[in-house]
Design a protein around this ligand. Sequence first.
Ligand SMILES: C[S@@+](CC[C@H](N)C(=O)[O-])C[C@H]1O[C@@H](n2cnc3c(N)ncnc32)[C@H](O)[C@@H]1O
Length: 193
Amino acid sequence: MKEKVKFLQAFLKNPLKVGAIMPSSPDLAAQMLAGIVPDDHHIVLELGVGTGAITKFLRDMIPSKDSYLGLELDANLVKELNRTFPDMHIVQGNAAEAYKIHAESGLGKVRYLVCCLPFVSLPKEVSESVLAEIEKFMDEGCELRIFQYAHGYFLPPAVRLRDMLKKRYGHEHRSPLVMNNVPPAFTLTWSTL
Ligand SMILES: C[S@@+](CC[C@H](N)C(=O)[O-])C[C@H]1O[C@@H](n2cnc3c(N)ncnc32)[C@H](O)[C@@H]1O
């Protein structure tokens, strides 16, 4: 319950950057993490950690602290995240600087990019900067996961994003619709491995 309240507060403070009124459900987290096997040399980079709805499942999947790096823009959320997940690398930072932040962390190669950013509601220039960062990781061989809500799936910004990613990384793998999430969502995966 506390997590939902924190998430809603973050949303009310900054609706376009948070882009959802509820944290991802355990079912959506499971789809976002299906098949992921991180280690210290093939780490997970999570963009937009929020209240840690996906992170709490990742915690059980990583063999050590050094197999994961999380980036979250909202300083209040990061303070809370560092209290809840003292055993994980979660830093306050902008996904538009993810490549540099990861390089400075000294952690292993990014093998999985779990991207939870609300591209549909972010300003175009922010989305473009983040996509340019994602490209740097993808150029080195990586798997990208995002989710898109069903109700906005065919809206122009969502279609544009998929088209752009498709052009760069080929056809996506789309999960079945995760009904048990508010709102229902698909996960989409691209790989350059
Ligand atoms: C839709 S929420 C997802 C939160 C969580 N991962 C989940 O699935 O419940 C998006 C999160 O991305 C964060 N965010 C937005 N823009 C960002 C940016 N440029 N860099 C890092 N985080 C950002 C927001 O503050 C918010 O916590």
